[in-house]
Structures are given as C-alpha cells and as structure tokens.
Write a protein that binds this ligand. Structure first.
Ligand code: ZN
Length: 386
C-alpha cells in the first residue's frame, strides 16, 4: 500500500535534518545490504525514536507513511539524527565534546521540557552546562564530575535527564514515578560536568588540554604516572574544597597545587567553583545532590542541628533505602559544595558516592539500576516536606 522508503531517500531526509552533506548522513547507518530498512533495526540503532505507544513487527520496513507518522509523534525531529543519542552514549566515556553535542541534542529534542543554560566557563574556556528539566517552581540541583576522575557520574546525569524527559513527553510512568506530574511542580537542574578541563585531561590525556605542561609537573610531583585518578581542575585546585563553609578549618589538604586535595589559596578562586556558587545563589534550589565516586554511600551531615538535623537524616535514609546505599554521617570537614549548601542555604544537600570502583564502565548497569530514580524520589520527598 505504501511505497517502501529507499536507503538513498532516508539519507536525503537525514541530510536535510542535519544540514550535512548526504555523504555525511550515510555515516549514521551501519552497512547493510537491504534497500528497505527494517524499522526495528533503525530504532535499535537509535536512528529513529519509536514512540512508547507503537510497536513494530520485526522486519517491518520503513515506508514514507510510517516515517511521517513517526515524525509527527516524536519530539524533534522524527529522525533522531545522531547515531549515538544520549541514551546510547552509555556506557562509553563521556568526553566534553560528546557532552556538548548531547546537551544541545537533548534541548532540541525536548524543547517543551528542557532548556539549556551555560552557568559559566572553566579555566580553559569550556562551557559548564546546566539542563533544566520541567517547569516547577521548586528546584533541585544535581551535579556531577566536579572531580575529574569521577567522570562516570556524567553518564548517570545525562541518562537520567533523557529518560525522565522521554517518559514525561509520552506521559509514561518511570518506575513508580509519574514524571510528567512531578515536573509540573519541580524543576530538576542537571549539571553533568562541573570540571570539564579536568575530565578532558583524564579521558583524553594531556595533549587535549592547554595547560598540559603544568599538569604533567603536578603529576610528577605527586609521584603518580597516570592522570586516571586526577580530581582537580586544570590548575591543580580541588573544586570541591573551594566553597566558603568552614574552609579555613579544612584538614588533610595539600599545601600546593596537586592532582587532588589542594583547596586553593582562597575560597572560590577557581572559575568553575565561582560559577556554581553564583548560579546556586541565583536559583536558590530546595535541595542539592552531588554525585561522586566511590563507596555506595550517601553523605548528608555538616553540623546541622534540631529540626534540620532530623529532616536531613530522614531524607538521607529515604535516599539510602531507594539506592541500597548506606547513609553515613562522617565526612564532617568543610569546603565542599554540600557543606556550603547545608550551612549557607539551610537546605538538605547530599553527596551520593556511586559504584565501588572509580571510573569503571563495567559498573555502569549496576550504578544506573541503583540511582536511576534518585532525582524523582528527591522531588517526591521535597514535595512531601510541605
Ligand atoms: Zn568526588
């Protein structure tokens, strides 16, 4: 009844959507002999997005009509133009370049749900992105990869953002959570990579950053021979020791720039920390959740007392029950973003340490399973506090 769509035509459609030359559009396909492309294969490859309410018979081919229908139903455009949509970007190493492409793709794919903001720039001028998901007046901040070696937390936030957006878009529950309803009352801010220079150093090596000589020097001074456990920004400052909360009392710190644990010469000396600080004061979130590695434990305490102590301990226990993680009380010190959010803003703030090994993609499935509902549960908890 419908005329099958030929491979060449699909290339042309793709090329039109991506505004790339046709030869380029070809790269979105694996080599296959068939001229009529099975729809389920295209969906599997992430080239098209199959709406929740449609299933396609294995082997059904793409026709013009189907493509138009898909176009009408999916977000934008019908064809998911990248061969690696955000969801399939895991489990892979999330480079800054890939992240940049994906945050723009996500914002373009869900224009009614997601807006993209740059909250600042790193030392080397890389953007620090924040994705706002939802329209609610209550805001929750979720941040990742403030420590470079903990780059796997970027995957987690990006996957969360996309899954929540997809379920909200099609008005589907995600686990026990009605995402669309939650997003009417709560806005989730995803900040997937707070330390893009450091992550670039860890994932792509010194040749990928401008300040490579200095970074190599610091590595040598620390008697280390790999950047894989580098946590600091590119100037050797630990961004999660930069916040003005009991900063002067910090112990176990390095006296000078180092791959980790140098708190800087003063709080907020680094642009990455300053950007997060400014943005937090500007938005005044109701809750903050920082993702780190590793230990499968949740930290929540920084000297709060009375009702706030009880509130935050209870919230931590609920997040612990959700993830299966412990809810530790130690780690009282200072300088962390969490410490500052607790002491300065008086809000509940958490560090969730995911996985048992830093930077091991083989743990991805486990980490995702444990943490996929965290932001939705956080939203539920915030709404229940009133
Ligand atoms: Zn960390």
């Amino acid at each position: 009844m419908y005329e099958p769509l030929q491979r060449r035509e699909l290339y042309l459609l793709l090329a039109r959507s991506t505004q790339e030359p046709v030869e380029q559009a070809g790269k979105y396909f694996l080599s296959a002999a068939a001229e009529q492309l099975p729809l389920n294969q295209l969906a599997h490859l992430g080239i098209i997005d199959v709406p929740f309410d449609r299933t396609f018979n294995p082997g059904a081919v793409v026709t013009r009509q189907e493509l138009v229908q898909t176009a009408a139903r999916t977000a934008k455009p019908a064809l998911r133009i990248h061969n690696a949509p955000v969801v399939t970007a895991v489990p892979q190493k999330y480079t800054y370049q890939r992240l940049t492409a994906d945050v723009h793709a996500l914002a373009a794919a869900y224009p009614d749900l997601i807006s993209l903001v740059e909250i600042g720039q790193s030392v080397e001028g890389r953007a620090i992105y924040a994705l706002r998901l939802g329209h609610g007046t209550k805001e929750i901040f979720l941040d990742a990869a403030i420590h470079a070696s903990e780059w796997l937390t970027t995957n987690l936030l990006m996957k969360m953002a996309e899954e929540y957006a997809r379920h909200a878009q099609y008005d589907r529950p995600f686990g026990p959570y009605h995402v669309a309803e939650i997003l009417e009352e709560v806005s989730l801010w995803f900040m997937p990579m707070l330390n893009p220079d450091g992550v670039t150093l860890v994932l792509e090596g010194p040749e990928a950053v401008q300040n490579s000589t200095f970074a190599k020097q610091l590595l040598q001074q620390a008697n280390e021979n790999s950047f894989s456990s580098w946590k600091a920004n590119i100037r050797g400052v630990d961004l999660n020791r930069q916040f003005p909360a009991f900063w002067s009392r910090l112990v176990n710190v390095q006296p000078r720039p180092a791959p980790s644990h140098f708190k800087g010469t003063k709080p907020l000396s680094e642009p990455e920390a300053q950007s997060l600080y400014d943005f937090t004061l500007q938005r005044r979130p109701a809750m903050v959740i920082s993702f780190h590695q590793q230990g499968e434990i949740i930290y929540w305490y920084n000297r709060q007392s009375g009702a706030r102590y009880n509130r935050d301990r209870q919230l931590a226990r609920q997040l612990a029950a959700l993830t299966g993680y412990g809810a530790g009380q130690q780690l009282v010190n200072g300088g962390k973003y969490m410490d500052w959010a607790i002491s300065e803003l008086g809000i509940p703030a958490f560090i969730i340490e995911v996985g048992t090994v830093v930077g091991d993609l083989r743990q991805w499935e486990r980490i995702w399973r444990q943490n996929r509902y965290v932001a939705l549960e956080a939203a539920r908890l915030i709404l229940a506090l009133e």
